[in-house]
Ligand binder design. Structure first.
Ligand SMILES: CC(C)(COP(=O)(O)OP(=O)(O)OC[C@H]1O[C@@H](n2cnc3c(N)ncnc32)[C@H](O)[C@@H]1OP(=O)(O)O)[C@@H](O)C(=O)NCCC(=O)NCCS
Length: 157
């Protein structure tokens, strides 16, 4: 079932401990190897930037971003299935890039599975370049999968 964004307002609100159960369900719906609720809880507790993207009253997606010194690290970015293909990941990613720059980061890093071609396309389109490879970084069915490491420099934006 698709959920239409239409002209409903997009907003960002911080994830709270009370949102974690719903976000955990969303994560399991969208990833083969999902995070546990405990990982989300730890990210909220640690003060990571964890915006929920809302369309009206509905949560359509979320991101998790860690900022340390002058580096931002994107740990999770997800748009829930019914809301996909309406430009919302690009909107969420730009919000996270703006937050990173506002908080003083010079560069934003992320890891992505090479097999996740839609995510790789999203990041390439959004100005991220491949800067390395982490061998056997992810769980995968029947073994391990490498991670592409991508970066976008923020200071010259
Ligand atoms: C990857 C994901 C975040 C994209 O979300 P989305 O809201 O559908 O993406 P958008 O509509 O903003 O699309 C932005 C770009 O992403 C790429 N893209 C998104 N979905 C795609 C698909 N099904 N096939 C090919 N490219 C796709 C395209 O380059 C697209 O630009 P275009 O519409 O101009 O072609 C979403 O599919 C998702 O949450 N997947 C599960 C979780 C995940 O894999 N997260 C990334 C972890 S690194």
């Amino acid at each position: 079932m698709n959920a239409r964004r239409d002209d409903k307002p997009v907003s960002f609100v911080p994830m709270r401990a009370g949102d974690v159960a719903a976000i955990g369900i969303m994560d399991r719906r969208n990833y083969e190897f999902a995070w546990t609720d405990g990982i989300f809880r730890d990210c909220v507790k640690a003060g990571y930037i964890c915006p929920l993207l809302k369309i009206g009253e509905d949560i359509a997606g979320y991101g998790v971003l860690q900022i340390g010194a002058d580096e931002a690290h994107l740990l999770n970015l997800c748009i829930d299935r019914p809301w996909q293909r309406q430009g919302l990941a690009r909107t969420l990613l730009e919000h996270l890039v703006e937050e990173s720059a506002r908080l003083g980061a010079q560069v934003m890093f992320l890891e992505v599975r090479p097999s996740n071609t839609r995510a790789v396309a999203l990041y390439q389109q959004s100005g991220f370049n491949e800067i390395g490879l982490r061998k056997d970084y992810y769980d995968a069915s029947g073994g391990r999968e490498d991670a592409l490491v991508m970066a976008r420099y923020l200071s010259s934006d």
